[in-house]
Design a protein around this ligand. Structure first.
Ligand SMILES: [Zn+2]
Length: 235
């Protein structure tokens, strides 16, 4: 049904000062205002586990529920975003790329471990931030299986969630993700189904500095944002 409400799954990238690069950035002030806005209106931030459990049962997710995710593992995820999330007691999932951990601008393993122990779920964003539709089947397998293994070994906890770099996926990538033991995988605005109930292609809403305006934020959190945006093909 076209008018069906879906739980908003937000995706942030960098929370920090704009660096003039291509990374979607939300300033710390805007981010904090968004969290205040959500808290004042009694939005309930839930984890991917709750969404997946409800989707599996076909159970409705009530209004004013939302999910927060962060891609790429920028340093500010640990230094700016995590402390704010803790203050509001909002859970989140952070998708990291093992090969980029410790590089300039990215979190170190110590930082990833620290936020992982503070109620933030760590997910995989592949081993090398690989655009999967252009990778060979063997490479897709390596990116999804090996990143999960490395993260689990380094963090000492199960890695249940995957986010496809740039949102790109194929039916093979979805099958490999499921076989590798992920419980769900997130994309961007890519998809073929109207309903957002494909566990291995959960669509997310990209958050930008423009969402400092209440109307924009309200539309994105309404559960009807899918009506206003264009879907892209998965690959
Ligand atoms: Zn990314």
């Amino acid at each position: 049904m076209i008018w069906e409400r879906t739980v908003p799954i937000l995706v942030y990238h960098r929370i920090g000062e704009p660096a003039g690069d291509h990374v979607p950035t939300v300033t710390p002030e805007s981010f904090e205002r968004q969290l205040v806005w959500m808290a004042k209106r009694h939005y309930r931030v839930i984890g991917l586990a709750e969404v997946v459990e409800k989707l599996r049962r076909g159970a409705p997710i009530p209004p004013r529920h939302l999910v927060m995710t962060f891609d790429d593992g920028y340093e500010e995820t640990a230094t700016i975003a995590a402390p704010l999330l803790r203050r509001f007691e909002f859970p989140a999932t952070v998708f990291v790329t093992p090969n980029e951990i410790g590089l300039p601008g990215f979190m170190t393993w110590e930082q990833v471990r620290a936020i992982g122990h503070e109620g933030i779920a760590i997910g995989s964003h592949t081993l090398h931030h690989t655009y999967l539709p252009l990778a060979s089947e063997e490479a897709v397998e390596l990116e999804l299986v090996e990143s999960k293994r490395v993260l689990e070994q380094e963090l000492g906890q199960t890695v249940d969630w995957l986010s496809y770099p740039v949102g790109g996926y194929t039916p093979q990538a979805q099958a490999v993700a499921e076989a590798a033991g992920y419980r769900a995988a997130c994309t961007t605005n890519r998809g073929v189904r109207r309903r957002n109930d494909d566990l291995f292609a959960l669509r997310r809403i990209k958050m930008t500095e423009r969402d400092q305006y209440p109307l924009s934020l309200w539309v994105k959190l309404s559960g009807y944002y899918d009506l206003f945006r264009r879907f892209e093909h998965p690959y």
